[in-house]
Each structure stands twice: as structure tokens, then as C-alpha cells.
Design a binder for this molecule. Structure first.
Ligand SMILES: *Cc1c(COP(=O)(O)O)cnc(C)c1O
Length: 381
């Protein structure tokens, strides 16, 4: 299929760069000339600014969102024999790291309206081996952190927030990543705060956790060449740090644009039969890393991957691109067969995988383009 000339991409990071090109290239050239490529003030300044933005005591920058989650689990001493409760409807990295530290992911089904963990089902999944709850603020929508923290406190569990898709979102007037014991962020280019390469950060109010994270990201070493434990090498590059310092100043503005686009989509799509639009919980302010609708199949009660995929390809032919996040829930991934989950066991997440479609969403998306997405979608149902 030849894409139409006016084809609308699902995301467009080049366009955002063009709006800040002068600032970014000057800052990058300065780092290049300085010879300070690893560590130094570029990174510590960014850590300080990111902590301040979140209202937390500590920020530890690292190489990716995946590393942030891995380091968080390690800093909490979670490993073999431990269980971590999380969602099956997220990017694989969330649970990959639970397995990587030797612990076991325990999947709890999601809520059909928010795509986030069904909080009412968490308590039943807690065992004597449970060490932590790992909620994901998926698509930029905050999880009800008040409820999560209440469950965690009553069972003495740690809470690690996966904020990879939700930088800038808040719950009850607090930024996500500042409510649980540890917040984990990704600066992958398509995230709300995206760098020009890989990057990640960890937030916490606990200075002991922060210093342990700093040791673990630096080969388990406090004093150079003296290694007290097995860590990893996970550093944020100075070049990424200066780019992220600049982009952090635009984050709220860009997130407001995303909120306006989501409201516009909501206004025109919520009336269309066969489409279920995403809902925000009262108490949360989402930042719409994705605007994800559900599509039901007119031939069936509910949706089907076949019909959703057909709508998606018809839209693509007409120049409106979209994405499917995610086509297969994590409890049914080949790598997790040994965990023994059956198809049908977490029905809400499984159904979501058949119905979801993420529409174009980025701050620079024009009203004309939004209209085109809406008309095209209507046309293809
Ligand atoms: C992107 C993402 C990650 C991983 O972040 P990377 O920086 O790509 O390693 C983890 N969890 C979720 C929910 C993500 O979307």
C-alpha cells in the first residue's frame, strides 16, 4: 500500500525536535566541546530538576526505563522466591525485570475502563512471598494510588510505580512517581519526556534507597575499583541530560496539548456506536502518552482482533495511522508458559488486546489532522 501524501503518523518526534532545534543543538555542541560525556554537572543538574519537578527528595538517572525498574527491584532486595503483583496489560519490560532479578510476576486482571490494574483484585493475589506491587500508569493515565498505598501499607508491601508512559501525570495533586516508594521513568524518544536516545530515571523520597540505587547503577561500587556487590552499568549520557533539561521545561505545555487533543477526540468519538473511548478517574490528571479506544465488532458481542485489525488497515489506506498496544497480554507470552496461566484466566486484559487501537497522539498534531483521524475512523467502521 502506498501511503497517501498527507498520511498522519501515529507519532512524530521529528516535528517536535524542529521546534527546539536551536536550543538543543547549542546545548549538545557545548557538551561535545566540554569533553565531559559521562556524569558531571549536566547529569546532576538534570537529576536535581527532575526531583524538584516531582516534589521528591531524590532522583537517580540511568540508561533506560527498563534499567530504572530493574534497579528499583534490586534496591529493594527483591529476588529469588519473591513475588511481585503487576498487570498483564503493559509493555514487556515491566515484568521482564521482575523475572531478571529472579522473582515471579503475579498477574492481576485490569479494569475495563482504565486499562490499569483492577485494584479490587489485588488483595486476593497477595501471598506470604509477595514483596511489592508494581502498578503501571498505562497510556499516561494514573492508577488510583490512594487505594494502592492503602493495600500496600496494610500488607507491608513496597510500591514501585512504572511511570514510563506518564511523566507529568498526577494523582490527588501529586505527581506519579512521588507517591509509591520508588518511581521509574523512561526517556525513550516517544515517551512524554523523550530524549534523543535511551534514558531513564528513578525517583524516591528515601535517601537510603537512592544511595543504594547509585551504587547499583555503577557496578556495585561506591569507591572506584572497590566492588561491594554485583551491579550494572546504567548511566544517563551527558548529551541526553542536557537535552532532557531543555525538554523538561516544555513538558507541561506539551502535556496540555495532549490533553486538548484527547478532549477533542473524546467529544467526537464518544458518540459513535461501536467505539468505547478511554475514561479518566476523578482524582487523576492523565498525560495521554496514548489515546486508546476500544472497537467492538458489529458481528459479535464485544470486539475481535480480526475486526479491529481490519479497521486499522482500512484507516491506514486512507492515511490515518494507528498502533495496537498490546496485541498479546503478558500472562500468555511464550516466555511465561511455565507460570501456568491459561487463556481466559484474565479475561478483561485478554479482551482489551483484541479491541484496542491507539490513535495518532502527539503535541504537534493539528486540529485538521485530528478531524481527518475522526472522519477516517467513522468511515472505516
Ligand atoms: C517504555 C516502557 C518501559 C521501558 O522503558 P525503556 O526506556 O524503553 O527501557 C517500561 N514500562 C513501560 C510501561 C513502558 O512503556
Amino acid at each position: 500500500m502506498i501511503p497517501s501524501v498527507n498520511s498522519i503518523p501515529a507519532f512524530d518526534i521529528k516535528q517536535q525536535y524542529s521546534t527546539i532545534e536551536a536550543e538543543v543543538s547549542a546545548a549538545v555542541l557545548e557538551v561535545l566541546a566540554s569533553g565531559r560525556y559521562i556524569g558531571g554537572p549536566a547529569v546532576t543538574d538534570f537529576e536535581q530538576q527532575f526531583a524538584t519537578y516531582h516534589g521528591v527528595a531524590e532522583c537517580v538517572a540511568c540508561n533506560s526505563g527498563t534499567d530504572a525498574l530493574y534497579l528499583a527491584l534490586r534496591a529493594l532486595n527483591i529476588g529469588a522466591g519473591d513475588e511481585v503483583i503487576t498487570t498483564p496489560f503493559t509493555f514487556f519490560a515491566t515484568t521482564e525485570v521482575i523475572s531478571a532479578v529472579g522473582a515471579k510476576p503475579v498477574f492481576v486482571d485490569i479494569d475495563a475502563t482504565t486499562f490499569n490494574l483492577d485494584i479490587g483484585q489485588i488483595a486476593a493475589a497477595i501471598t506470604p512471598n509477595t514483596k511489592a506491587i508494581l502498578p503501571v500508569h498505562l497510556f499516561g493515565q494514573p492508577v488510583d494510588m490512594t487505594a494502592i498505598m492503602a493495600i500496600a501499607q496494610s500488607h507491608n508491601l513496597a510500591v514501585i510505580e512504572d511511570c514510563a508512559q506518564s511523566t507529568g501525570a498526577s494523582w490527588d495533586h501529586k505527581k506519579v512517581g512521588s507517591i509509591g516508594h520508588i518511581g521509574c521513568f523512561s526517556f525513550y524518544p516517544t515517551k512524554n519526556l523523550g530524549g534523543c536516545g535511551d534514558g531513564g530515571a528513578i525517583t524516591t523520597n528515601d535517601p537510603a534507597i537512592a544511595s543504594q540505587l547509585r551504587v547499583l547503577r555503577e557496578h556495585g561500587s561506591k569507591i572506584r575499583y572497590i566492588h561491594e556487590e554485583i551491579g550494572i552499568n546504567s548511566r544517563l549520557d551527558a548529551i541526553q541530560a542536557v537535552i532532557l533539561q531543555i525538554k523538561l521545561r516544555y513538558l507541561d505545555h506539551w502535556n496540555q496539548k495532549r490533553q486538548q487533543i484527547a478532549a477533542y477526540y473524546q467529544q467526537y468519538l464518544s458518540q459513535i456506536p461501536g467505539i468505547i473511548t478511554p475514561q479518566e478517574l476523578p482524582g487523576g490528571v492523565g498525560v495521554w502518552n496514548q489515546y486508546t479506544i476500544r472497537i467492538s465488532d458489529p458481528q459479535r458481542n464485544g470486539g475481535s482482533a480480526k475486526y479491529r485489525d481490519l479497521v486499522r488497515s482500512k484507516m491506514q489506506e486512507k492515511g490515518a495511522n494507528s498502533m495496537v498496544y498490546y496485541p498479546l497480554p503478558l500472562h500468555l507470552q511464550p516466555v511465561y508458559q511455565h507460570l501456568g496461566y491459561q487463556s481466559g484466566q484474565l479475561p478483561v486484559a485478554e479482551q482489551a488486546c483484541h479491541e484496542v487501537l491507539s490513535l495518532p497522539m502527539y503535541p504537534e498534531l493539528t486540529q485538521e489532522q485530528q478531524d481527518q483521524v475522526i472522519y477516517t475512523l467513522k468511515d472505516c467502521l
